[in-house]
Design a protein around this ligand. Structure first.
Ligand SMILES: Nc1ncnc2c1ncn2[C@@H]1O[C@H](COP(=O)(O)OP(=O)(O)O)[C@@H](O)[C@H]1O
Ligand SMILES: [Mg+2]
Length: 367
């Protein structure tokens, strides 16, 4: 087992693509971390540098107490399971799993014990005698995980390991992988572009965009306190609404006026002080669809609310989804099951001030 430390790690490919920029990240011994971000943000490059399949352009990677920059993949004791299965078609499942142990000259009896242990853990004992062509997608995925795990690595890396499974298999494998981690206690990094997957499995999530680590933390932390607009918009489904505004003081109060002129709202003191202390007056309001209350009447009472027009409404059983037009913009609201709205209705959207986020419109940073 081992801690993995990435210190000021850069990856620039030939041709100049900066896939990873100044990455600082420590994965504790025994931790399960997911690396989450959109396609092309540098997730695979990061894993390939940890496992040793890709040179590090700058910085260093420490596994356990060793700087591994110059060590080959075989000297690091890190296993990487790919999204593609890469099984050897002529070999039985058993031999596919045993392959790397035989190549390393592990004694026969030990090989058999380790293969059977891993097979039992992944529930594939009954298919050990089959060839890859006789397996379904979910089974192949398990065999490929077994092949990585049988090496008993210090660090276990998985690159989108559930991407080829259907929804039911994926849900099943998610809980299996979690159980597997609980049993082995192995330092694990799972890469995904799917936030549901990240939330379901990991203790901590590291969010990347454009080669840059944006935020690391438990899901609740990232969800409730996103450090910037990217993280705020990427985490959460349906995504956060953003409303560009210009801030002004009016008789001691802070008022945010929509850039398109469609509304102006007075901020309560706990939010006003953030805007007062800020250098720019170009601010974006961020509010999640579940944190807006849609009503047929204004609340008044100093609520932060804007007038809008219903564009579409769908009753979805346990909740409704309302898209309302505010000036040039559409705002999405999740409504209680009992509420009904008609296209064209006038509605007032009250934003829960405790859940209202403010961002600098230029830098995207949270205020
Ligand atoms: N071998 C390579 N040569 C040049 N550019 C690459 C190579 N591998 C990846 N890239 C580029 O680096 C960036 C990050 O890629 P990658 O790490 O695969 O992202 P992700 O796994 O998050 O989708 C992308 O812009 C990709 O096109
Ligand atoms: Mg990738």
């Amino acid at each position: 087992m081992a801690e993995v430390r990435l210190e000021h790690v850069y990856k620039t490919y030939r041709g100049g693509v900066e896939a990873v920029i100044d990455l600082n990240l420590t994965i504790s011994d025994g931790e399960f971390l997911t690396l989450l971000g959109p396609s092309g943000c540098g997730k695979t490059s990061t894993l390939r540098m940890i496992v040793g399949l890709e040179d590090i352009t700058k910085g260093q990677i420490v596994i356990g107490n060793r700087v591994v920059n110059k060590l080959g993949p075989n000297e690091r004791n890190v296993a990487l399971a790919f999204e593609t299965y890469a099984l050897y078609p002529p070999l039985r499942v058993y031999d596919n799993i045993a392959f790397c142990l035989r190549a390393r000259g592990v004694p026969h009896g030990d090989i058999d014990r380790r293969v059977r242990e891993v097979a039992a853990m992944l529930d594939i004992t009954d298919i050990l005698a089959r060839k890859p062509a006789e397996l379904g997608g979910g089974q192949k995925q398990r065999v490929s995980l077994a092949r990585a795990l049988v090496r008993e690595p210090d660090v276990f890396l998985m690159d989108e390991p559930l991407s080829h499974l259907d929804a039911a298999q994926r849900a099943h494998m998610r809980s299996e992988l979690k159980r597997l981690h609980a049993r082995t206690g192995r330092t694990t990094v799972l890469v995904t572009h799917d936030q549901l997957e990240a939330v379901a499995m990991a203790e901590r999530i590291a969010v990347m965009d454009l080669g840059v680590l944006q935020q690391v933390g438990a899901f609740d932390d990232i969800f409730n306190n996103p450090v910037n607009k990217f993280v705020a918009g990427f985490i959460g489904e349906p995504p956060m609404n953003f409303l560009p505004c210009t801030a002004a003081s009016q008789g001691g109060d802070v008022v945010l006026r929509a850039t398109d002129g469609s509304f102006s709202v007075k901020l309560p003191p706990e939010l006003a002080h953030k805007v007062n202390g800020h250098s720019s007056d170009q601010i974006e309001i961020g509010i999640r669809p579940i944190n807006i209350l849609a009503a047929h009447q204004p609340n008044g009472n100093g609520a932060v609310e804007v007038e809008a027009r219903v564009f579409t409404f769908e009753a979805l059983g346990e909740e409704g989804q309302l898209a309302a037009t505010v000036g040039d913009q559409q705002v999405l609201v999740v409504t209680p099951a009992t509420e009904r709205f008609e296209r064209g209705d006038k509605v007032w959207l009250e934003m829960q001030t405790k859940r209202l986020h403010l961002f600098d419109a230029k830098t995207g940073l949270a205020l």
